[in-house]
Design a protein around this ligand. Structure first.
Ligand SMILES: C[S@@+](CC[C@H](N)C(=O)[O-])C[C@H]1O[C@@H](n2cnc3c(N)ncnc32)[C@H](O)[C@@H]1O
Length: 207
């Protein structure tokens, strides 16, 4: 079965994420900025980069290499256009749940709301393998709402295609897995969202 993200336009995705009922784009961008400020990485990889949300927060004086990966090639074309002036930008189309990524590692791997869609099997292995020695992984996961479905109602019907491919991530289990892989937590942050949802970010440094 084709990845459902291939049937969602970036316009619909960003319209949904920016809507009053969802309000996730700004929160995700702020958390990415926090991760950058916490690690000051010379290189960063963004898994599931979508339209490049948050790339404007990169300080080009600090971060010289920016790797973006996504399963949707049309999203990457738009990132290429939007951030044509961002030095050191490398974009790769890849299904992170399926293929083994072979790229030079980076100091910070940022995985925001991607494990929910791509799972924590191959995708997490790819994330960890991209972390350079002494580097870190920042992971953002969606916290459950007591009242609303994880993929909430939307004015953008194509978003509902994603429902069957979305699973909330158990952050305790994620932390335990990372600890077993010798990644220790150094920072965490939480952002409340509408409908009782929330975003949680953990930064895990390679021990
Ligand atoms: C919720 S969005 C990510 C939000 C973005 N990281 C941010 O901070 O705004 C999920 C992204 O992951 C991508 N994606 C989903 N499954 C994927 C997979 N198996 N491999 C690569 N990218 C995937 C989607 O195309 C989409 O761009």
């Amino acid at each position: 079965m084709a990845n459902p993200w291939l049937s969602v336009s970036l316009e619909d995705y960003e319209g949904h994420m920016n809507s009053a009922e969802v309000q996730q784009l700004g929160a995700l961008s702020d958390l990415f900025a926090e991760a950058l400020a916490s690690r000051c990485p010379e290189s960063v990889a963004v898994l599931g980069i979508a339209g490049g949300n948050g790339l404007a927060r990169i300080d080009a004086g600090v971060t010289k290499r920016v790797v973006g990966l996504d399963v949707n090639p049309l999203y990457l074309n738009i990132v290429r256009e939007r951030y044509s002036r961002l030095l050191g930008l490398e974009l790769y189309c890849a299904d992170l749940a399926e293929i083994v990524v072979h790229l030079p590692p980076v100091q910070l791997v940022h995985a925001a709301l991607v494990f929910e869609h791509a799972g924590v099997g191959r995708c997490l292995e790819n994330a960890l393998s991209l972390v350079a020695p002494g580097g870190a992984l920042s992971a953002i996961v969606q916290l459950p709402s007591g009242t609303e479905e994880p993929v909430g109602p939307s004015r953008f019907p194509s978003i509902q295609n994603l429902r069957s491919h979305f699973s909330l991530i158990d952050r305790t289990r994620l932390c335990n897995t990372l600890e077993e892989r010798r990644f220790r937590p150094t920072y965490q942050a939480h952002r409340p969202l509408p409908a009782g949802k929330g975003l949680w970010m953990g930064i895990f440094a390679q021990a």
